[in-house]
Design a protein around this ligand. Structure first.
Ligand SMILES: NC(=O)c1ccc[n+]([C@@H]2O[C@H](COP(=O)([O-])OP(=O)(O)OC[C@H]3O[C@@H](n4cnc5c(N)ncnc54)[C@H](OP(=O)(O)O)[C@@H]3O)[C@@H](O)[C@H]2O)c1
Length: 334
């Protein structure tokens, strides 16, 4: 039996965590559903139980074996030390500890061995980086990868439940002839797309792009990998898509070897039917565990490059599923 706390239980990731703990058959003795004062008095259901949402406090983690943090970086910084000192494993979905070299940054299929060797605090990577690493890691066996060029098509759910609601509301407004009024996102979201809504630095890269570049190198343990990323929000409710060009140091591997490597990798599903023109789509990846990869082709513009299209549900593998897999591995390592 495991005692569990979810900090951010009312959020998009928190709700997905609850769903997965149920579906994966976790035997849970105690479940703390934690959120802010805004949610005080709310209830949420888990299996046949109705749980009162508690306002997170320092005492929330006493007796907890696994704490999932999913309430933003400030809350993670506030509560990590107290949860760790209560003896809990902490799996943090925020960006608070991802650049701390003492804290493992883990996608279990790629670098799961990092769990157990270090602290009981594990950082869950950025959703776009996780999905990218799932598609690139299998190709490392086919040659030395020198460079990745990535363009993303990111869904509303990556920005939480309020952004999903905004996309639904705006779509209805526009269809019914009313003006779209952005509240959560900086621009009109319905029937539009825009550069990722995170701050842009002096070099012209936004924060999401930097996270993907930095975290991908760290997860793949390839510090010299050259990575260029353009992150864009598209009006899709759930699941991020990524156009990825992988440049090898010599000639690109054969397409069929790429397909074989992807087929064999746990957590990846090949969707690559040229005859039927069927390739990965967000509607097919939504609510699915697997990361879908397809459109495998040698890049006609570069003899060393393979192009592919990758789609994953960022609330699943990009967040909650990866966090639960980390926790399962951590508990198994005790
Ligand atoms: N969405 C994704 O795909 C994704 C992927 C990877 C990582 N993440 C990260 O996961 C975290 C949660 O994201 P989300 O998409 O689930 O956001 P969300 O839907 O907006 O949910 C945020 C959650 O945090 C709680 N919270 C906010 N302020 C709090 C406070 N002061 N004290 C306690 N709880 C507080 C909220 O509780 P109330 O209901 O009380 O407001 C809610 O449960 C973020 O750090 C995000 O960067 C998200």
């Amino acid at each position: 039996l495991v005692s569990v706390a979810i900090l951010g239980a009312t959020g998009a990731v928190g709700q997905e965590l609850l769903h997965l703990l149920d579906r994966r058959g976790w035997q849970i003795s105690e479940l703390q559903a934690l959120a802010s004062e805004r949610s005080a008095g709310r209830t949420i259901s888990f299996r046949d139980r109705t749980l009162a949402v508690q306002v997170a406090s320092e005492s929330s983690f006493e007796g907890i074996d696994v704490a999932f943090f999913s309430a933003g970086a400030s809350r993670s910084r506030q509560f990590a030390a107290v949860a760790l000192s209560s003896g809990a494993w902490v799996v943090d979905n925020s960006s608070a500890f991802r650049v701390d070299s003492a804290v493992p940054l883990v996608v279990p299929e790629v670098n799961g061995d990092a769990i157990g060797a270090g602290p009981r605090l594990i950082a869950n990577p950025n959703c776009t980086a996780t999905i990218l690493c799932m598609a690139v890691a299998p190709l490392r066996a086919l040659g030395r990868i020198e460079r990745l060029v990535v363009s993303t098509y990111q869904s509303a759910s990556g920005a939480g439940w309020q952004a999903m609601q905004e996309l639904r509301d705006q779509t209805r407004d526009v269809l019914e002839g009313r003006p779209a009024s952005p509240r959560v996102m900086p621009h009109t979201y319905a029937f539009n797309l825009f550069s990722h809504n995170s701050p842009v630095n002096d070099q012209g890269y936004n924060e999401e792009e930097w996270k993907v570049m930095y975290e991908t190198r760290r997860i793949l343990d390839m510090p010299d990998l050259r990575v260029g990323v353009t992150c864009v929000r598209v009006p899709v409710l759930r699941a991020h898509s990524e156009s990825v060009t992988v440049e090898f140091s010599g000639e690109a591997p054969a397409e069929e070897d790429v397909r074989d490597a992807l087929r064999r990798f746990p957590g990846v599903r090949l969707v690559d039917d040229r005859a039927a023109n069927v390739f990965p789509m967000p509607l097919c990846a939504a609510h699915q565990d697997d990361v879908l990869v397809g459109r495998i082709r040698r890049d006609v513009s570069h003899p060393s490059a393979i192009a592919m299209f990758v789609v994953g549900d960022q609330l699943r593998k990009g967040a909650a599923l990866n966090a639960v897999q980390i926790a399962e591995r951590a508990l198994g390592s005790c």
